[in-house]
Design a protein around this ligand. Structure first.
Ligand code: MOS
Length: 770
């Protein structure tokens, strides 16, 4: 039970008549966890055809009458002051309407920070925006140009001359470690976790390993760069944004400009990938300020370079892991200490020790995270924050221990896997990681692996195979709301300010609603993507599907009650209480009794109603108080390494996932595969190159920052245990982020198996293997 979970639960616990053990009052599993009408079946994306045709409109494609285009000028020093700022050439350039700097920018408050305690906030960067001459990181915006065309704006921005007074900046990760803080946080409750005596365990161990692993700063590279098109209508702000936090963005912009909730409207029906990056950053705020000053609509579409200056990424980490074991391979001590960057103006924890706190039933624990404060862009969440770098270190360490003990690495995990939370003792809601290992091992052909490194070769290529565990905690948000409208033809419309950033939100929730309401799929429409709809929590923490599913469930309970009331006495439903009702055959019936049924159409017709509308809200996630809840995976990799060039070629990857029930195999497989491809980039190529002398990010295009291309991606098989989790909506846990976790370790472990070289420093570029 962490503070994160307590925070989500808030004060609601006492207010509810809570039976410990389920998200549903009464402690029963969700009936949909077993129902297999639409759920569990493959469905193609309902937004697919519009995207393929180019009919889906993204934020940078929205046109507004009289719209101006924005370009940004970024500071080239990390800390200091603007001494001189000459904007005259820019102001006189063709097409320029406005140059905004700290001298003429309107007063703006610092945006409230994103957080689970404030579901209507989305700010990532807690620094004043263009309010003074101070420079706080290399890349901070010092001027914004508005012009008639993007090209004119870009050109004018290049004419602005800035002279800086430099001050000493803290940009050296290694050097600043000595000043690191050891904060507790929303996610890391007891940051310094000590249980038993790890030092004694290491001293007495029959086998041990002790090593330091490093992961680099990583940069977000979604297919759609950040973009916003917006305008003021009097004191209302209309925003088309690429966001995974609709209400958070609206609420934060309202605070920044001193408006009330409801004065900011945000629309974001399609997002070209979020991964944690698509929150509120300085550009939306600057665009709104410039639109206010100029009295014109504004489009700001960040270049890749501007993205790297303004949108944070995954922090670099340095992690020491030490494991002690007895002769049978039982882990007797687990030490995990490490550092990541978290500037004071950032709210994001890179919680890389989470898996070490829950995965293995070690005899003793000594785990702590240190946060290093630097004068850099605020770091942020990036798909499987914490877990992606954390499982790299932990799961390489387990592989090292297996090699030391001469035990098969899967067998070593089997001997040590935790059957409940090893620190708190909380039971798992559902967990069968070893079944995932069995499935994955069979699929990749693990029996063909030889345990001795450098023992398989084809010409210049050394062959290897490796595996690792991935993990991501279950999160469900409170307060997510859904409206269900049933019309006189008996069809349903479900509406919520949920987000579509490529994962198939409406597609899957249509399956959820159809099965929940006893309707055919074609009779359900799902509306998502703007703040005119009921409250949606962020699409983050792999929480959206469960949160919205719970909201639809809550709304459906209300709907059943309202329908019976509406049906009156002249109905087979007469006298039935709410807990005796279920939906079936496009209507309501007594549970298990089709003889006492009335259809939606018949009820509405008799009541002379054109429709019925209810709103339901996802209850507080009280299941987190009682259970240890994690999605888990077994990742396998087969690869070859050139003995001549050090090049790594991945031949195959298999991901076997234990994430509760899979609701739509097609969209789920895409999520898993996409995550694994991101893990492949983390393993082999991705690295934000940072010049510590100037505090400047040097890899500002995707020509410099290497994400996998199609030719880099091997055959990827994804499998799942598909065991419903009785403690979650629909029996499902999150699947959005787990795909990336464990992949880098599986690749590194396979590289060791191929070459005998243990590289503890990502990415695994050829120079490190020669
Ligand atoms: Mo995720 S890193 O919560 O989009």
């Amino acid at each position: 039970m962490s503070k994160l979970q307590n925070a989500i639960v808030g004060g609601v616990r006492a207010a509810m008549n809570y039976v410990p053990g389920s998200w549903l009052p009464g402690g029963t599993p969700d009936p949909l966890s077993e129902k297999r009408v639409n759920l569990g079946k493959q469905q193609s994306r309902i937004d697919g055809p519009d995207k393929v045709r180019g009919a889906a409109r993204f934020a940078a494609e929205v046109r507004m009458e009289g719209m101006l285009y924005a370009a940004l000028v970024h500071s080239t020093i990390a800390r200091g002051r603007i001494a001189e700022l000459d904007v005259s050439a820019a102001e006189n350039a063709d097409g320029v309407v406005l140059v905004m700097t700290h001298r003429n920018a309107p007063k703006m408050a610092v945006p409230p920070g994103i957080g689970l305690t404030n579901l209507k906030a989305a700010g990532n960067n807690l620094l004043p925006i263009m309010q003074d001459a101070d420079i706080r990181w290399n890349g901070q915006t010092v001027a914004l140009v508005l012009a008639q065309t993007q090209e004119q704006a870009n050109h004018a921005a290049s004419l602005i001359v800035v002279r800086y007074e430099k001050a000493a900046a803290r940009t050296d990760f290694a050097g600043e470690k000595i000043n690191a803080r050891t904060p507790e946080s929303l996610i890391l409750d007891k940051n310094w976790l000590k249980k038993g005596d790890v030092q004694a365990a290491l001293h007495e161990a029959a086998a041990k390993m002790d090593a330091v692993y490093r992961t680099p700063w990583e940069t977000h590279a979604p297919i759609e760069p950040h973009a916003t098109t917006l305008r003021w209508e009097g004191d209302k702000l209309i925003v088309h944004d690429a966001t995974q936090m609709l209400y958070g963005t609206a609420g934060s912009l309202a605070k920044v400009f001193g408006l009330k909730d409801g004065q900011v409207y945000v629309s974001s029906p399609y997002v070209g990938g979020g991964f944690g990056a698509k929150g509120l950053w300085d550009h939306q705020i600057l665009a709104a300020a410039a639109a206010k000053l100029s009295g014109r609509p504004v489009r700001i579409a960040l270049s890749r370079a501007s993205m790297q200056r303004l949108v944070g990424g995954r922090s670099q980490t340095e992690q020491r892991v030490a494991l002690a074991a007895d002769r049978d391979g039982k882990i007797t001590g687990l030490l995990h200490h490490g550092y990541s960057v978290k500037p004071m103006h950032s709210l994001t924890d890179e919680a890389f020790t989470l898996s070490s706190r829950s995965l293995y039933a070690a005899g003793s624990f000594d785990i702590v995270q240190h946060a290093v404060d630097l004068d850099v862009l605020a770091n942020t969440a990036m798909r499987a924050p914490g877990e992606a770098p954390g499982t790299y270190a932990l799961e390489c360490a387990v592989d090292e221990l297996a090699h030391e003990l001469q035990i098969d690495p899967i067998e070593l995990r089997r001997r040590n896997i935790a059957h409940c939370d090893p620190v708190t003792g909380a039971p798992h809601s559902q967990s069968d990681l070893m079944k995932a290992y069995d499935l994955g091992a069979a699929r990749i052909g693990w029996s063909k692996r030889t345990s001795a490194p450098r023992s398989r070769r084809e010409g210049e290529w050394l062959l290897g195979m490796g595996c690792a565990t991935g993990s991501f905690p279950f999160v469900r948000m409170p307060g997510m709301s859904a409206r269900i409208i049933i019309d006189s033809s008996g069809r349903a419309t479900v509406a919520s300010a949920a987000h579509e950033m490529g994962m198939g939100t409406a597609t899957v929730q249509r399956q959820v609603a159809a099965d929940r309401l006893g309707l055919p799929l074609d009779d359900v429409t799902v509306k998502i993507g703007d703040t005119s709809l009921p409250f949606g929590s962020m699409a983050g923490g792999s929480s959206q599907t469960a949160s919205l599913g719970a909201a639809i469930h809550a709304a459906s309970i209300k709907l059943a009650g309202e329908l019976v009331r509406l049906a009156g006495n002249d109905t087979p439903l007469a006298g039935l209480r709410a807990n005796e009702l279920e939906f079936a055959n496009a209507g309501v019936q007594k549970i298990g009794d089709p003889g006492r049924h009335e259809s939606f159409v018949s009820i509405l017709k008799r009541a002379r109603r054109s429709d019925i509308s209810v709103v339901g809200e996802s209850p507080a996630p009280l299941e987190l108080l009682k259970f240890s809840m994690h999605s888990r995976s077994a990742i396998f990799c087969a690869l070859r390494v050139s003995d001549v060039t050090g090049e790594v070629r991945v031949d195959r990857m298999v991901g076997a996932f234990d994430c509760g029930r899979i609701l739509n195999p097609k969209t789920a497989a895409s999520q898993f595969r996409g995550g694994m491809i991101m893990g492949l980039g983390m393993a082999l190529t991705e690295e934000t190159v940072f010049d510590e002398r100037k505090g400047r990010v040097m890899t500002t295009s995707i020509a410099d920052y290497h994400v996998p291309s199609h030719l880099d991606v091997p055959d990827i098989d994804v499998l799942w245990t598909d065991i419903p989790d009785p403690r979650t909506p629909m029996g499902a846990r999150g699947i959005g982020e787990i795909g990336v976790a464990g992949v880098a370790a599986a690749v590194a472990n396979a590289v060791f198996n191929a070459t005998g070289k243990r590289v503890r420093d990502l990415p695994l570029t050829p120079d490190k293997l020669l």
